[in-house]
Design a protein around this ligand. Sequence first.
Ligand SMILES: [Zn+2]
Length: 378
Amino acid sequence: MRRWFVILVVGALAGTASAAAQRPRPGEGREPEFPPPSILEYKPRSTLVVPAHLVPRARFPVVDFHGHPPALVSDEAIDRVGAAMDSLNLRVMVNASGSSGDRLTSQIAAVRASRYRDRFVMFTTLNLRDVGPGSGARIAAQLEADIRAGAVGVGEIGKGFGLSARKADGTRLKLDDPELDPVWETAARLKIPVFIHVADPAEFFQPIDFQNERWLELALFSNRRYNDPSSFPAFEDLMAERDRLLARHPRTTWVLAHLGWHANDLARLGKMFDRMPNLYAEVGAILYDLGRQPRTAHEFFIKYQDRLLFGKDSFQPDEYPYYWRVFETNDEYFDYYRDYHAFWKLYGMGLPDSVLKKVYYDNALKIVPGIPRDGFPK
Ligand SMILES: [Zn+2]
């Protein structure tokens, strides 16, 4: 009864258009005559013919703010990473696989003794296990010692902080736990950036149904499923904890990894930038989101050109040119390198040189003390 009533009212409002809409569309309801391919099998060849501009080398020297190279402990390892960096025009890599104490100093020593001595800088890591009374002061002291030993920032603080790390009393360590305040204030005093990865894509916290954009990834990786509320906090709870943490430490330079997982909602990140002048963000592993909204992303990069940093995350030399192509060209409808991130194609953002320079190196030089300046345009 009620449904008919709604249809009648809508029909009266929309007139003849609604009558047309109620007729079945041609071909509607047909079943394929062949067995449909699976999500893994269907790889249609694009027939689109448009100009293509591959970009094997970045147009300007780059700081990779989110580097995870193999441990830089031998000349061999350093030379292998360094040679790949040369071919990509990666001038400096931040080793964001933070290390502390001896592991930190041995890598610093190995880099200094190598012929790539001015091409790597090291971040330190924080031991956030079993936090309890007194932990904040202890971690802050370790941070200070590591910076004295040559580290130039903190991070990458991994997603385990917030998602799964427990306190000594067994409860979840919240991102804004006041015990850790001395750590963030120490970073502010030392004028070093804190590079933090909070949560993971919001879809990882959602039911794994056929509407989930990351269905394939969630089906492939059991350790990325956070949709059980008895085991994990909700995505928005983590975002709220993160935002309280950032707001409480306005003198600390914060860098959100992966654009804070807001690459699919850049306006949300923009509001955070507007509110917090101490906030920066890095673009690692979210290229699929920028490349599907090249116009919105272009505008966003223009507006927030002083707050964005290039970073790649996993060290796969053949993947960097996809970033250069999205940032530098206006190419259309080209392949991404990872099908379980995205089943769609990418488009170029065509960023102007002045913005490329800031994102590629200038913003990193501004917020990370001690990156060697050689090799960057004046
Ligand atoms: Zn990382």
